[in-house]
Structures are given as structure tokens and as C-alpha cells.
Design a binder for this molecule. Structure first.
Ligand code: NAD
Length: 481
């Protein structure tokens, strides 16, 4: 092995994974990059061996050393473990940013051909509903926690702008649902607005996620870079890969401070696995992103150009529309290899600089406030009573204490007090809001515990949320009428 080889971890993965990974490694080698792949396992075979997370210790140790992974798709077999091996890897190495670029490709005809699409979704990759914290509140009501932190927003927004600068991009959209989720999705919008002025050369725009989806179907050419939360990004990035030819062409990079994982967006495609039918373009373009990440930009450009030249030659993989005989996985890679060193007639190589990745810190991140106090609590109660009956009971419970019952909600609707006799479908989970009578006073832990004890004597409560004010501003959602 030559001295200057770059060690990387390679996870062939499941289904078509080993086939497309072999194709990608062949192309990288032919492009003249001396890699020393450390082949490791994760996914279905590991779940089958009883490894709960789907990721064995040796794989984790390899990534800790190499810090760079080229990964095939991993199945999450139903019936083993609780988590997907992909989520385990992203969480373990805190790959907080998921870059998913798509662009119009020659010979890959779509309804958008001719619009020259060139879009990158920058998806927050570790927070949001994907923390996977879920509870059954009652046998019939489930709840998931959407966790969004200011630090998480800062890191993803900075990554989006740094990527835009490095890749010579002009515009960054921030797509959120801040009109409804003012605190969680709103935090990404506010953080975006805080950080955007540091990048005056990049046009910064906020867009609501639903409008973004609509605009992506109507006028996708207006988008350049889109930064968004985890779930929104998951959905939007599959949409954007559909705009430009489908999953077989969509690469991705999971960027973290300690490690980066490069993989195709597609899954293990069990329907075509082992048949030499898979399109290797997505993983080959992911490998090019990896090469750029490890400082092999010239080889990355060469591979991207060879992919374009190959597509310009009229080659067709099985997932492309058309009647020409489909080219097999390995033959497709061979065609790309034969075009290394040639330049595309449709798109020149891009001028990339290294992306500056937001720094990590081991200190606990704290947003400081001048003042704070607890003004009340929301207690979630399981009950089959009608709202008015429940309210009467709760008023008796809190009589003589420092709090009063302000309202009762059910699935987001205020059901007590109500001014009209609207009928809403009630479920057995009620949110009961108790406020401190003196709004300038702090509701203490002792008061809360005594209140919960009293409520618990009469009702089943599941969870409690403190209603806080930070710097005089309510830090909780208002109740809906
Ligand atoms: P999939 O992406 O595997 O397949 C969807 C369709 O696209 C199939 O018809 C498939 O044949 C086709 N397809 C996908 N990649 C292709 C390629 N390179 N060339 C040609 N055709 C291709 O999605 P799925 O069927 O929903 O998932 C299958 C498994 O993959 C599941 O276990 C899922 O959990 C897993 N998965 C893993 C990842 C990952 O590891 N990042 C991502 C998505 C799905």
C-alpha cells in the first residue's frame, strides 16, 4: 500500500449497496485517488446477528479513526431493534447537516428538462421529530416531541451559507412552517435572519414550507440552496430528486464535526438487488462529494465531468425512461471510467472551495436571559369526562391554592371555557392550563408538586409542562379559540 493513501470506512450495506459501492470504488481508483478502504458492516446482517443498533463496535471504531465513510443503503428490518442503523450512525457521529444536491443531467429527461435545475437541500439531520422521542399518552393518543435548539439551527444555517459560499451559490432560502410552529420552526427562521447579514454576497429569503413545495413543482428554477428542518428536508429532498431524474441520480453527504458520511439518497432497492440493474450514478456522485471533502477536488471534478459525458453519450440505466437496452451497474461504471479526463459539452466543472464546517464545542450550550419565571403549568390529563364536568372538578381541586384553571384544550382546540356550542371531536387527552393568580409572581416547584398531588388524587395525569416567561416574553404557545 502506498504511504499517502487515505483510509476511509466503507460500508457496502444491503440490497444493491454492495453492487453500487463496488462500482463507485472502481471509479474513484480509476480517477487516480489512492484510497485504503476499511470495509465494515452495518444494517440487516448486523440486526440479524442480534446487534440492537444495527451498527457493530468495529464499524464505530473504524469511523472514529477514518472520520470519512462511503456507505451503501441500510435496511431497517421489521422486527429487529428499535432504531434504523442510519439514524444510529447519524446520531453517534452527530452528522448535523445533510447536503442533498440535484441538478439537471444530460440525457435524463424529466418534465423539467430545459430549466437547468441546480438545487441543494441542506437538511438539519439530528434534531426535530427524528430524535424519535414518542409516548402513548393514553391508549388512543400518541405524542412525539419536536426538539429544535438554537445551537442546532445556528449550525445548520451556518453550514448552508458556508456551503453556498464554497460552491459559488447566489441564494439561500430558509423553508419553515414558522406560521404555525412559531417556537420550533420559528427558531430556524429567526436564526436564519440573525445569521444571513454575515453573508451579504448571498441573497437570503424565508419561505413557508408548503409554499416551497408548491414553488418547487411550479417554478423550481428559482431555487439555489434551501435550508430546512429535518422532517421538511427529508420530504423536500426526495421531491427535488424526483424533479431531476429520480433516486438513482441523487447523492448526499452527512456532515458532522467528527465524521462525514457519504451515501446515495436511495434505499437498498430489494426489487433489483443482485441483478446488476442498479444505477450507480447516485453513489458515484456521493463519492465525488467525499473526494472534495478530503481535499481531492480535481478528482471529484474529473468524476463529475465523466458522469456528464457518459450521460451525454446516450447511455441508459434501468431507471431512466426510454427503450434503449439498459446498461448494467458495472458496465455503467466502466463507461464512466472510459470518459475520465473528458469534459462535458453541457456543464463545466464548478469552482468549489472547501466548506468551512461550524465548530463543535463540548460545553453545554446555554442561551442566557436577563429574567425568567414560571407563570403556570399545563397538565395533560386522561379523562373521559365532558370538558365542563372536568373543569368543575379541577376548579374544586385548585380552590384555595395560588393558581386558577385558565382553560382546557383537546387536540389543540379550546374546549373550556367556550362561548358557543361548537361541537368538536373529543379524545381522552386534555391539556389543562393552570396560571398563577398573581402573574408577576413565580410558581414554585413546591406549589407545582402539591398541585400535581391534589390533581392525582382525582384524575390520571400524564405529563406536565412549565409555562415560562423569558425576559418578560411568554415562552409557550397561545391557546387557540
Ligand atoms: P428504495 O430507494 O430502495 O427503492 C425505491 C424504488 O427505487 C425501487 O423501485 C427501486 O428499485 C428504485 N431504485 C432505488 N435506487 C435505485 C437505483 N440506484 N437504481 C435503480 N433503481 C433504484 O426505497 P424503499 O423500497 O422504500 O426502501 C428499501 C429499503 O431501503 C428499506 O429497508 C429502507 O428502510 C431502506 N432505505 C435506506 C436508506 C439509506 O440507507 N440511506 C434510504 C432509504 C431507504
Amino acid at each position: 500500500m502506498p504511504f499517502n493513501t487515505r483510509k476511509i470506512t466503507v460500508i457496502p450495506g444491503d440490497g444493491i449497496g454492495p453492487e453500487v459501492i463496488a462500482a463507485a470504488l472502481k471509479v474513484v481508483e480509476a480517477a487516480g485517488v489512492a484510497l485504503d478502504p476499511d470495509i465494515q458492516q452495518a444494517g440487516a446482517s448486523c440486526f440479524a446477528k442480534g446487534i440492537e443498533t444495527g451498527v457493530p463496535r468495529e464499524t464505530i471504531e473504524s469511523i472514529e479513526k477514518t472520520k470519512v465513510v462511503l456507505k451503501g443503503p441500510l435496511e431497517t428490518p421489521i422486527g429487529y431493534g428499535n432504531k434504523s442503523a442510519n439514524v444510529t450512525l447519524r446520531t453517534l457521529f452527530e452528522t448535523f447537516g445533510n447536503l442533498r444536491p440535484v441538478r439537471e443531467l444530460p440525457g435524463v429527461h424529466t418534465p423539467f428538462t430545459g430549466r437547468n435545475l441546480d438545487i441543494v437541500i441542506v437538511r438539519e439531520n439530528v434534531e426535530d421529530l427524528y430524535t424519535g422521542i414518542e409516548y402513548m399518552q393514553t391508549p388512543g393518543v400518541a405524542q412525539a416531541l419536536k426538539i429544535i435548539s438554537h445551537t442546532g439551527c445556528q449550525k445548520i444555517v451556518e453550514l448552508a451559507f458556508e456551503f453556498a459560499v464554497a460552491a459559488g451559490r447566489k441564494r439561500v432560502h430558509c423553508a419553515t412552517k414558522a406560521n404555525i410552529l412559531k417556537l420550533t420552526e420559528g427558531m430556524l427562521q429567526h436564526t436564519f435572519e440573525e445569521i444571513a447579514p454575515r453573508y451579504p454576497e448571498i441573497e437570503a429569503k424565508h419561505i413557508l414550507i408548503d409554499n416551497c413545495a408548491h414553488q418547487l413543482a411550479m417554478r423550481p428554477e428559482q431555487f439555489d440552496v434551501i435550508v430546512t428542518t429535518n422532517m421538511n428536508g427529508d420530504i423536500l429532498s426526495d421531491l427535488t430528486s424526483g424533479l431531476t431524474g429520480g433516486l438513482g441520480f441523487a447523492p448526499s453527504a452527512n456532515i458532522g464535526n467528527g465524521a462525514a458520511i457519504f451515501e446515495a439518497v436511495h434505499g437498498s432497492a430489494p426489487d433489483i438487488a443482485g441483478k446488476n440493474l442498479a444505477n450507480p450514478t447516485a453513489i458515484i456522485l456521493s463519492a465525488a462529494m467525499m473526494l472534495r471533502h478530503i481535499g481531492e477536488g480535481a478528482a471529484a471534478d474529473d468524476i463529475e465531468q465523466a458522469v456528464l459525458v457518459t450521460l451525454e453519450s446516450g447511455i441508459r440505466s434501468g431507471d431512466m425512461p426510454g427503450t434503449a437496452k439498459p446498461t448494467g451497474t458495472i458496465e455503467f461504471a466502466d463507461a464512466i471510467i472510459s470518459n475520465l479526463g473528458r469534459e462535458s459539452t453541457s456543464k463545466g466543472a464548478r469552482d468549489f472551495r472547501a466548506v468551512k464546517i461550524p465548530a463543535a464545542t463540548s460545553e453545554v450550550q446555554v442561551v442566557k436571559t436577563q429574567s425568567r419565571r414560571v407563570t403556570g403549568i399545563d397538565v395533560f390529563i386522561e379523562s373521559s369526562l365532558q370538558p365542563a364536568e372536568l373543569a368543575e372538578g379541577l376548579k374544586d381541586v385548585v380552590a384555595g391554592t395560588t393558581v386558577s384553571l385558565q382553560m382546557i384544550g383537546n387536540r389543540g382546540n379550546t374546549v373550556y371555557p367556550v362561548e358557543d356550542d361548537r361541537s368538536v371531536t373529543l379524545v381522552d387527552q386534555y391539556r389543562c392550563r393552570f396560571m398563577k393568580q398573581d402573574r408577576n409572581d413565580n410558581l414554585t416547584n413546591a406549589e407545582i408538586l402539591s398541585l400535581l398531588t391534589k390533581i392525582g388524587e382525582e384524575h390520571i395525569w400524564m405529563h406536565v409542562e412549565k409555562l415560562q416567561q423569558f425576559d418578560g416574553v411568554d415562552a409557550f404557545s397561545r391557546t387557540k379559540k
